[in-house]
Design a protein around this ligand. Structure first.
Ligand SMILES: [Zn+2]
Length: 460
């Protein structure tokens, strides 16, 4: 077995070396090689002294990157799958690079993003010291079934020696605390809370013990909030690390009865949950408060999935809005539609291009709150892709005015329809499989802006 493991380790390292040499992506394939030769590779590879795992439906990448950056800024050597290579092969690649050819660990800390579904193969082999579960929502029906299914995978596979860091405001994942040693992060009732349920999707609306409708004392988005059951006394977990107030540049957090202020890394609520998860971990690891503040100050969330460019007074923003993941897509729509600037939104969420690996189940769009696009600040909505007429039905059902929508099977046709006199802000929302397409659309838009300016200067 040992010979096989070492052969796998060396083959994986060689593969990585050659891929790098030829400037190819080396985030998965070295792990494919390692696991092919030695299926027990993950179990046998030597782990660093501190192993942190981050899993959950949303916020994994942001939280993982924040934590890895924090350790690096503290002068520690870190191995991490920063690029979101979060299934077995990506994790094997990261762990392979965290040891030398004799399987001696070269890194002080390993920070791993783990796909929540794949965690059944990963958690027992990796045996993290801490696992952060950001939240559990419904996701792709085909891949993830429903949140309880993922909850059970985690419950059955988190090692008993692992300490969990859980979101007290998430009724699903927080219940892992009934089984494992856990600390909780969460938010108190805030003035930013929703008055009433406004999302189509509410994964938990009845008591998990007696099925009576739950009473929400605080509701942030979807089922995230603080609730209790009038019938049996069931209530949300109490958080150890509680955000009490959101100020202009900082957040006020109560940690085990003591109040602290931390720099605010984002004005988006769900990113603040990621920050709270990280603060809870740093506090658990007993990093001094001043050090946590000093490093967080440098880490405003610059979302890698958001690109912004301005040309001749027109702003174009490319933003990831994961297709087939209704909650993630809804959060992006909420964020874009509810800022005050007048804008056009281009939706390139068609999973047609993913058809080899996808069920092409279009039903997920009926779980997305396209209703947010009714906001008066949204002046035009364009949908591109072979399935754009499915979106047309959905948008009309959401009550979006017919006059402000436009649909085109050829995505590049959209560019011709945009009127720069009406809008100076254009948001392109893309899926993982349509990023390149969104870049093409953006390129065409920039060309059109250039031409428009030339034409108007010629007229003058
Ligand atoms: Zn109850």
């Amino acid at each position: 077995m040992k010979v096989r493991f070492y052969f796998a380790l060396w083959a994986s390292k060689c593969t990585k070396f050659f891929l790098r040499l030829f400037k190819k992506s080396a985030s998965h394939f070295p792990g494919v090689v390692a696991l092919k030769i030695c299926p027990d590779f993950l179990k046998n590879v030597k782990k660093a002294n501190l192993v942190i795992a981050v899993t959950g439906t949303n916020g994994k990448t942001t939280t993982t990157n924040l934590i890895a950056d924090f350790f690096e800024d503290n002068g520690l050597s870190v191995a991490t799958n920063r690029l979101g290579a979060n299934i077995d092969t990506g994790v094997a690649t990261t762990l392979s690079s965290s040891v030398n050819i004799f399987n001696k660990t070269k890194k002080e800390v390993v920070v791993l993003e783990l796909d929540e579904r794949f965690s059944r193969y990963l958690l027992k082999a990796v045996r993290p010291d801490y696992v952060i579960v950001t939240n559990l929502f419904r996701d792709s029906l085909k891949r993830n079934a429903h949140p309880e299914y993922i909850f059970n995978i985690l419950k059955e596979n988190i090692p008993s020696s692992t300490k969990c860091i859980l979101n007290a405001n998430d009724l699903c994942s927080s219940r892992l605390g009934d089984t494992f040693s856990s600390v909780y992060f969460g938010m108190a009732k805030l003035k930013e809370d929703k008055e009433k349920k406004e999302s189509l999707v509410m994964d938990y609306s009845t008591c998990p013990k007696c099925d009576t409708p739950l009473t929400f004392d605080s509701l942030k988005y979807h089922h995230i909030g603080i609730c209790h059951c009038e019938n049996c006394g069931f209530e949300s977990k109490k958080a150890d690390c509680v955000l009490k107030e959101i100020q202009e540049n900082q957040i006020v957090v109560d940690i085990k009865g003591k109040e602290y202020t931390f720099p605010k890394i984002s004005s988006v609520l769900f990113h603040l949950y990621n920050e709270l998860a990280a603060i809870t971990l740093f506090h658990e690891l007993q990093f001094p408060y001043e050090k946590i503040c000093e490093i967080l100050k440098k880490h405003e969330v610059t979302d890698t999935r958001l690109k912004e460019e301005e040309k001749k007074g027109v702003k174009i923003v490319q933003m990831m809005a994961k297709g087939q993941s209704a909650i993630s897509c809804t959060r992006t729509l909420d964020c874009v539609a509810n800022n005050e600037e007048e804008k056009a939104i281009i939706l390139l969420l068609d999973d047609y291009y993913d058809r080899q690996n996808s069920s092409e189940f279009i039903g997920w769009i009926y779980d997305v709150d396209f209703e947010y696009l009714k906001s008066p600040s949204v002046k035009q909505v364009f949908v591109g892709g072979p399935r754009c007429l499915d979106y047309k039905v959905r948008l009309l059902m959401a009550g979006i005015e017919r006059e402000k929508t436009s649909f085109s099977k050829d995505e590049l046709e959209i560019v011709k329809k945009i009127d720069f006199q009406k809008v100076k802000n254009i948001y392109i929302l893309y899926d993982t499989s349509t990023y390149d397409l969104s870049c093409q659309v953006k390129k065409e838009l920039l060309l059109k802006i250039e031409k428009n300016v030339e034409m108007s200067s010629n007229i003058l």
